[in-house]
Design a protein around this ligand. Structure first.
Ligand code: PLP
Length: 382
């Protein structure tokens, strides 16, 4: 029986425990496993290689993304690192330029030291991708909606270019989640997640994941997962499984609240510009309509005024916590230039349009009028 999303979220990878009947996946807090004879075991020999709670999570996440294979990691960046382990010195990567600051940092501060080369392009114009491809290009790295400007890349079009040039297409699906967007269905080779965000959903774990339908890729990534060892602990896997059960419900509320907040901000006299793909004025709106089920829970906006005023507004909300990260039940406010995107040099940031008066909101599942009232009082104060 082909199960639908909400049912898979609750059940996939988690049949009742065969030994006790426990309906919740136990936290297998063990590093090693007794073997029946030398080399004879039930698929578990050491928890870096495999752990039952982690396996349940990997199966669950794969089901949600419509993937055959899933791998869980200690963080989203551990997952990024593992993808990059597929490459060799001399290889070239074409990446979207508006992407998670930590991804930009590991590319430009770490992998350049290993002889990898990067070009960062505005992927909302597919011609920029085409023009950046060289004979040694191996990977096309995409993030949509992007962080923090919520740019929308046409996944189908971009992936078609990658296929034509035999590039591996990697889509960071953290902002959209599989509830809203399924890049593997659109042809992507690998989907990446920071499960720290919407999948975990409650700001209480750090985790990452890779999903793919390609067996060979899976085997290679699994080899690196074990060889490098950045695996999540069983408690974090359990908490992430608890998170995915309510993903659909939470995403519906995140999206509805974000839409209302974006509308409120776009009419506010102290707001210069709102970035939300759900607004018809957003340049990626029609593509988002096509490739996403709804428009997500992230809203960015520019305030009228300088950086000092922007920082004061960001620090004046009472319900929104001034904090890094996103995708939580509780609303968060962030000043990307000095927080999430501080690792991006100012001249790079300004070139791609992340200005000093930018504020990013992660809209939680609180009552939306309370969220609007909170923003109203913060904007009034400064
Ligand atoms: C947070 C984030 C990451 C990194 O994940 P961690 O779990 O913090 O290591 C990667 N991509 C995106 C889009 C993110 O938001």
């Amino acid at each position: 029986m082909a199960l639908r999303f909400e049912t898979k979220a609750v059940h996939s990878g988690q049949p009742p425990d065969p030994t006790t009947g426990a309906i919740m996946m136990p936290i297998y807090q063990t590093s090693t496993y007794a073997q029946e004879a030398v080399g004879v075991h039930k698929g578990f020999s050491y928890s870096r290689t495999a752990n039952p709670t982690r396996k349940a999570l990997e199966t669950n996440l794969a089901a949600l993304e419509g993937a055959k294979y899933g791998l869980a990691f200690a963080s989203g960046l551990a997952a990024v690192n593992t993808v990059m382990n597929l490459l060799k010195s001399g290889d070239h990567v074409v990446s979207a330029n508006d992407l998670y600051g930590g991804t930009y940092r590991i590319f430009t501060k770490l992998f350049v030291n290993y002889g990898l080369d990067f070009d960062f392009v505005d992927a909302t114009d597919l011609n920029n991708i085409r023009q950046a491809i060289r004979p040694n290009t191996k990977v096309l790295w995409l993030e949509t909606p992007s962080n923090p400007l919520l740019k929308i890349t046409d996944l189908k079009g971009a992936i078609a270019i990658a296929k034509k040039h035999k590039l591996l297409s990697v889509v960071d699906n953290t902002f959209a989640t599989p509830y809203l967007q399924l890049p593997l269905e659109l042809g992507a080779d690998i989907v990446l997640h920071s499960t720290t965000k919407y999948l975990g959903g409650h700001s209480d774990i750090i985790g990452g994941a890779l999903l793919t339908n390609n067996k060979d890729l899976y085997e290679r990534l699994k080899f690196y997962q074990n060889a490098v060892g950045a695996v999540p602990g069983p408690l974090d896997c359990f908490l992430t499984l608890r998170g995915t059960k309510t993903l659909a419900l939470r995403m519906q509320k995140h999206c509805a609240n974000a839409k209302a907040v974006a509308r409120f901000l776009s009419k506010h006299p102290k707001v210069k510009r709102v970035y939300y793909p759900g607004l018809p004025s957003h340049p990626g709106h029609s593509i988002a309509r096509k490739q996403m089920k709804d428009f997500g829970g992230m809203v960015s906006f520019e305030v009228k005024g300088n950086v000092a005023r922007t920082k004061k507004i960001a620090a004046s909300t009472k319900i929104f916590a001034l904090a890094e990260s996103l995708g939580s039940t509780c609303s968060l406010i962030n000043h990307p230039p000095s927080m999430t995107h501080a690792s991006m040099p100012p001249e790079v940031r300004h070139k791609i349009g992340i200005y000093d008066n930018l504020i990013r909101l992660s809209i939680g599942i609180e009552n939306v009028q309370d969220l609007i009232d909170d923003l109203k009082q913060a904007l009034k104060k400064h």
